[in-house]
Design a protein around this ligand. Structure first.
Ligand code: XLS
Ligand code: CA
Ligand code: CA
Length: 438
């Protein structure tokens, strides 16, 4: 078959002194870090929508990139050309996973039966392509936010018919995910939220979202899906307020509705920062609750208040992300580049430069996070910071063996406590810089 990206070779690892733009400087798939290959630490995934579909349209202007891949857009030939392009792209970069929404794969027909037939056809084609490669699906999902019928939500809609239609799409997307061997299935609640409380029954809507999730779990398990379901938190955009605001909110929801055994979280960097947190914060909150499942690898822009989905470039953020991931013992999911080229980066080369940037940023983050852990100064500081809890009294409190009265008596004898000890933030930040720029 004729190559689509004819001018792009297989991307080699050349090391940090290389100035070849089509080479990895840090991502060396077979390099072992803390006992595991880089490629196992970093199961990277290509996002079908940004890489093969989005072509630069924004609210003020049309496409800048040509993503026709030699076929007429809106046809099944184009859908197949995207598969060809996607597999060539992943092979050239050594990427082993992809993520998709149903509508990323085929042009939507007016009749959903026809759309589903097209989805069967394209997933057969993808399966064929997968043969003889080690490329697999990381996760699938259904787009339940684009079509006007979802203007008031899918699981949270006021219309019982729209709800049933959403369930139909969900079932099909689950079938496809299982067919393509997906490790996970994502719920991103783009329209699950509200514009005004004046017209919204929040409790009713949240209960209905949970019911749809339960039905999806029951159905998924019945067809042999053993992977994780994920909620992908995001505070806003497109809705003013989205129910899955951040990791803590989503975890509370999952526990309240008894979904926490089947669900974990897919944490996107740009969503965490939109919620007013750091990326690391939402990773930590997920991890300590046993719910860090997968990551959407991107970054926002501190000067812009929206979801810019930029390719990850910030090595500090990637390092702190990998620090959390290593401490978590890895992910059951992977690192999906839910990232898009900037509109003026419209060439084929730019598609590759973007993934090389993202993969190198996370590889460097992994190397540096492992060095931080091996260095041990951060861990030692935290241990020492809480060392007063190793006292008799500390142990009694931790073991639930004391009372408020007993603490009252202790504190009365003690008088005023000493200051709790310096937090040493600047010292610790200095260690991070020291390791990063070694
Ligand atoms: C949008 C979300 C979306 C999900 C999948 O902001 O990131 O792309 O990852 O529906
Ligand atoms: Ca996003
Ligand atoms: Ca995402």
């Amino acid at each position: 078959m004729k190559e689509i990206f004819e001018n792009i070779p297989v991307i080699p690892f050349e090391g940090k002194d290389s100035d070849n733009p089509l080479a990895f400087k840090y991502y060396d798939a077979d390099r072992v870090i803390l006992g595991k290959k880089m490629s196992e630490h970093l199961p990277f995934a290509m996002a079908w929508w940004h890489n093969l579909c989005a072509a630069g349209t924004d609210m003020f202007g049309r496409d800048t990139a040509d993503k026709s891949f030699g076929a007429e857009k809106g046809t099944m030939e184009h859908a197949k050309a995207k598969v060809d392009a996607g597999f060539e792209f992943m092979k050239k970069l050594g990427i082993k996973y992809f993520c998709f929404h149903d509508v990323d794969l085929v042009p939507e027909a007016d009749d959903i039966k026809e759309t589903n037939r097209r989805l069967d056809e394209i997933s057969d084609y993808i399966l064929e392509k997968m043969k003889g490669t080690d490329i697999k699906c990381l996760w699938g999902t259904a787009n339940m936010f684009g079509n006007p019928r979802f203007m008031n939500g899918a699981g949270s809609t006021n219309s019982v018919d729209v709800y049933a239609f959403a369930a139909k799409k969900k079932k099909k997307a689950l079938d496809l995910t299982v067919k393509l061997g997906g490790r996970g299935y994502v719920f991103w609640g783009g329209r699950e939220g509200y514009e005004t409380l004046l017209n919204t029954d929040v409790k009713f809507e949240q209960e209905n979202i949970a019911k749809l999730m339960h039905m999806a779990v029951d159905y998924g398990r019945s067809i042999g899906f053993t992977g994780d379901f994920y909620i992908e938190p995001k505070p806003k955009e497109p809705m003013k307020h989205q129910y899955d605001f951040d990791a803590a909110t989503a975890i509370g929801f999952l526990r309240q509705y008894g979904l926490d055994k089947d669900f974990k979280l897919n944490i996107e960097a740009n969503h965490a920062t939109l919620a007013g947190h750091t990326f690391q914060h939402d990773l930590r909150i997920s991890a300590i609750n046993g719910m860090l499942g997968s990551i959407d690898a991107n970054q926002g822009d501190t000067l812009l208040g929206w979801d810019t989905d930029e390719f990850p470039f910030n090595v500090y953020e990637a390092t702190m992300c990998m620090y959390e991931v290593l401490k978590n013992g890895g992910l059951t999911g992977g690192f999906n580049f839910d990232s898009k080229n900037r509109r003026p980066s419209y060439t084929e080369e730019d598609m590759f430069y973007a993934y090389i940037l993202g993969m190198d940023t996370f590889a460097l983050g992994l190397i540096k996070a492992a060095e931080l852990i091996e260095d041990g100064r951060l861990d030692r500081f935290v241990e020492q910071k809480y060392s007063s809890w190793n006292s008799e009294l500390g142990k009694k409190i931790r073991n639930n063996e004391t009372t408020l009265e007993e603490l009252f008596r202790y504190a009365e004898e003690m008088g005023a406590p000493e200051l709790p000890g310096s937090g040493r933030q600047e010292y610790l930040e200095g260690i991070v810089n020291n390791i990063l720029f070694k």
